[in-house]
Design a protein around this ligand. Structure first.
Ligand SMILES: O=C(O)CCC(=O)C(=O)O
Length: 273
């Protein structure tokens, strides 16, 4: 499948640094994926945000399937070209009436990629509205400077290090999504999201895609081939889960998450921007 995005939508992404909404699948299908997440939470007794971070797709084959969903991949290829790798994915859930938020930040400060060409797809599995704390972006910020982040470690911040930058919030644009829709943003686009003031959970999965020519500036890392070919060999292969909660891929996921939270790794990434 190609051409999910029109030339106008691609031009909007390139000039503004974001695009929204694009439909991946129906609200009914989104409900099935939400049920899988909530089933995992009920069985494990832990919130999906707790461990499904950075490489969430290593926990479940159905998350790999979602990362390779033809409409999502086609939209990403419309922006990045044919050869696409996925270096990460993260669950971002806020409960009903939840004060937790995501501070303004640029993903590029922590991803350690060169060139900065990563594109995030944020897929809504429940309604992400202004009321429920949908993502907001600062248009055109991907064309501006790399900003210095302050790490706050605020307990209500869904980002592991509570990193934040100061922005003129009057410039912000909301990215509301219905279940089954997704938004796209460039890794240098400043974004964040406020508390959930609604009576339902706001649940989304973020997938981090890059063209196969991107290099890791944080040493050898791994990624998943999503589409096309990897003619560059800059990345090792992620161990794909063979079944739900495959202990081998889960152990790898935990290792990567621990390293991301490690001060030395993230400081190194921040110095590189
Ligand atoms: O879920 C959110 O509100 C923020 C997600 C985010 O920061 C991202 O996808 O890069």
């Amino acid at each position: 499948m190609t051409g999910v995005l029109s030339p106008e939508q691609v031009a909007h992404f390139n000039s503004e640094g974001y695009l929204c909404p694009v439909r991946a699948f129906s609200a009914e299908e989104a409900r099935l994926y939400r049920n899988k997440i909530e089933d995992f939470e009920a069985r494990s007794g832990e919130e999906v945000n707790k461990r499904l971070k950075i490489k969430a797709h290593l926990a479940f084959p159905w998350l790999v399937e979602l990362a390779r969903h033809p409409r999502i991949v086609s939209a990403v290829q419309d922006i990045l070209g044919p050869d696409v790798l996925l270096f990460g994915s993260s669950a971002f859930a806020k409960n009903a009436r939840d004060p937790r938020f995501v501070s303004w930040h640029q993903d590029s400060a922590y991803y350690g990629l060169n060139p900065h060409q990563e594109v995030t797809v944020w897929l809504a599995l429940s309604r992400a509205s202004t009321e429920s704390g949908c993502m907001k972006v600062i248009p055109k910020s991907h064309l501006g400077p790399d900003l210095v982040h302050e790490e706050t470690f605020d307990a209500d911040n869904l980002l592991a290090r509570g990193q934040k930058v100061t922005v003129d919030e009057s410039l912000a644009v909301d990215m509301p999504l219905e279940p089954g829709e997704f938004s796209l943003h460039h890794e240098r686009t400043v974004h964040g999201s406020p508390a959930n003031m609604s009576d339902d959970r706001r649940i989304g999965i973020a997938f981090f895609y890059m063209p196969a020519h991107c290099r890791s500036m944080l040493g050898r890392r791994s990624a998943l081939l999503i589409a096309g070919e990897d003619r560059h060999g800059h990345w090792d292969r992620d161990p794909e889960p063979r079944f739900d909660l495959d202990p081998e891929s889960l152990a790898f996921m935990e290792e990567v998450w621990a390293s991301y939270r490690d001060d030395a790794t993230t400081k190194q990434a921040a110095r590189l921007t």
